[in-house]
Ligand binder design. Structure first.
Ligand code: UDP
Ligand code: MG
Length: 197
């Protein structure tokens, strides 16, 4: 087992985060919580890179569709509305459309990719970032402090929910994503004052 302090997670500042000038603010929030940035780069993603970043399995894509239907139902809209907006009520088909919007969005401007290390870094980063839907995110989280998007609005505008950041959800996802985005690049090692010595 690796030492708990060595747990790493993968984070990307999405195009909306970069265009809102939040790169510094986002890094600051990780660093102030004693998480360590061990790799960092601004880059322009290709369509292929994003297509390979988000899972392609039916289960994940259907989950996107289920999330969408969930929001519809929560706000008094029905499967009929879903069918009207997406041309289908098949949740896999709905998920595919949302995934497609996501891919286009992620290549619409440069992003910043990083590897963040520290105790429970995967869960800590998700907590600092806040939940997927910005309108549900508590103040004090990055999404809650700097964004207000909702899928209700995003679906009508045929675009993904803009929530500033991507962050791995599990250590397994983190491992794959670090390999995908930093495979041939250097992950640095250094001692943070007050944390590592
Ligand atoms: N997304 C969306 N509509 C949805 C669910 C997700 O546009 O109903 C987008 C959103 O940008 C999200 C991304 O798809 O960040 C990936 O979804 P996931 O459930 O993995 O959320 P995350 O891990 O980013 O919080
Ligand atoms: Mg996710």
């Amino acid at each position: 087992m690796i030492h708990p302090k060595e747990e790493k997670t993968f984070v990307m500042v999405k195009p909306d985060g970069v265009r809102k000038g939040l790169v510094g603010e986002i890094i600051k929030r990780f660093e102030q919580r004693d998480l360590k940035i061990v790799a960092l780069e601004m880059f322009q993603a290709t369509r292929d890179q994003i297509d390979n970043h988000y899972p392609k399995d039916e289960k994940w894509i259907r989950r996107l569709g289920e999330k969408t239907l969930g929001t519809y139902e929560k706000y008094g809209r029905t499967v009929v509305d879903l069918e009207k907006d997406f041309g289908s009520s098949d949740l896999l088909e709905v998920g595919k459309q949302v995934r497609g919007w996501l891919v286009e969005f992620m290549i619409s401007a440069p992003m910043v990719r990083m590897v963040v290390q520290g105790v429970h870094s995967v869960d800590m980063v998700r907590k600092i970032v806040g939940p997927t839907m910005p309108y549900m995110a508590d103040m004090g989280t990055i999404r809650g402090d700097f964004s207000v998007d909702s899928p209700l609005m995003a679906n009508v505008e045929r675009r993904p929910v803009q929530n500033l950041i991507h962050a791995s959800e599990t250590p397994e996802e983190a491992m794959h994503e670090i390999e995908h985005w930093f495979g041939t690049k250097t992950i640095y090692q250094y001692k943070r004052f007050g944390i590592d010595e």
